[in-house]
Design a protein. Structure first.
Length: 312
């Protein structure tokens, strides 16, 4: 079989089996997360790491395992070039977060707030927590979900862009609580703006992983941005971790202003990322499909996961 014929056959595969396996893997990782929550609860009762941090580490570990099961080891391997490209492209995001940290610290000083006596261990725990969040969310969305969709739609540039759009929309939606009262205009506007803000961030991250075929850089960037934003309140002031993206009253109006500013900041990066993907005419079936195709062409006996995917 010549190369052109091989390529045509690879493109002809539907990829639905791989997408189904990706979905099944997400079910499996969810079960592992639940087990992790139980273990974390038991450990926190014995004064080990905080529950949120331990459970987030279990979540991150389950997502890494999910990538391995689906054949995404190539995207897990560390690469200095991947990290360099990621931070060279989006260093302004880190710079903006540093500016926000300095502003928040200035407010604490003006208000006369004291630094928590446990600020150093708080800082370490916050760093571990945020790195766990970065790994978990990037491996889930830009890893398992994006590659699962690409197996079906990545035969063309348009299909790749559809995969990016679906992944980014899902990423935005999970950042809004289902308990939000969308009948209340103030809350609904905040929820929509939060979805837009996180979707723009996702587009930027998708553009990086489609260039580098690695998850290390975006995981570090994601974790670092969360860490910087949590340093003043969680690490230095010792406040409890509460995540609420919508507020009522004056706080709600302030949240709308903040979201609009962040969206205005992210928008040029997202537009640039979309233009670059359009210019390069990116068409990619994803690492799971790529791995299965290599197994088929080499004539090796596929793994159980790859064999089930090939059957589709």
């Amino acid at each position: 079989m010549n190369t052109q014929t091989s390529i045509r056959k690879q493109k002809g595969k539907s990829g639905w089996g791989i997408l189904a396996l990706a979905f099944a893997t997400l079910v499996g990782t969810t079960i592992l997360q639940i087990i992790g929550y139980v273990i974390s609860y038991v450990c926190t009762r014995t004064e080990a790491l905080p529950f949120t941090t331990m459970s987030q580490l279990f979540t991150a570990g389950s997502m890494v395992l999910g990538m391995l099961v689906l054949g995404g080891i190539a995207w897990i391997r560390p690469s200095r070039e991947d990290i360099r490209v990621t931070f060279r492209t989006y260093w302004p995001i880190i710079a903006a977060d540093v500016a926000i940290v300095l502003f928040a610290c200035g407010e604490y000083i003006i208000e006369g707030a004291s630094v928590s006596p446990n600020w150093l261990p708080n800082l370490a725990i916050t760093l571990v927590l945020c790195l766990g969040i970065g790994i978990a969310e990037e491996f889930l969305f830009r890893g398992i979900i994006l590659n699962g969709i690409l197996a079906v739609s990545g035969k063309s540039h348009r299909g790749t862009m559809i995969a990016v759009a679906i992944t980014s929309l899902l990423f935005g939606l999970v950042h809004v609580s289902l308990s939000t009262d969308f009948a209340e205009p103030l809350l609904a506007v905040q929820a929509v703006l939060k979805i837009v803000q996180t979707a723009l961030f996702s587009i930027c991250m998708c553009s990086i992983v489609l260039r580098t075929h690695r998850l290390g850089g975006v995981s570090l960037l994601h974790g670092l941005t969360d860490f910087l934003l949590l340093v003043p309140s969680l690490a230095l002031a010792g406040e409890s971790l509460t995540v609420n993206y919508v507020h009522s009253g004056e706080d709600g109006m302030m949240s709308i202003v903040v979201y609009l500013v962040i969206i205005a900041f992210y928008l040029p990066f997202a537009i640039k990322a979309l233009r670059q993907m359009h210019r390069e005419r990116v068409a990619y079936r994803g690492v799971f499909f790529e791995r299965a195709a290599k197994r088929r062409n080499s004539g090796n006996t596929p793994t159980l996961t790859e064999g089930m995917a090939n059957a589709a």
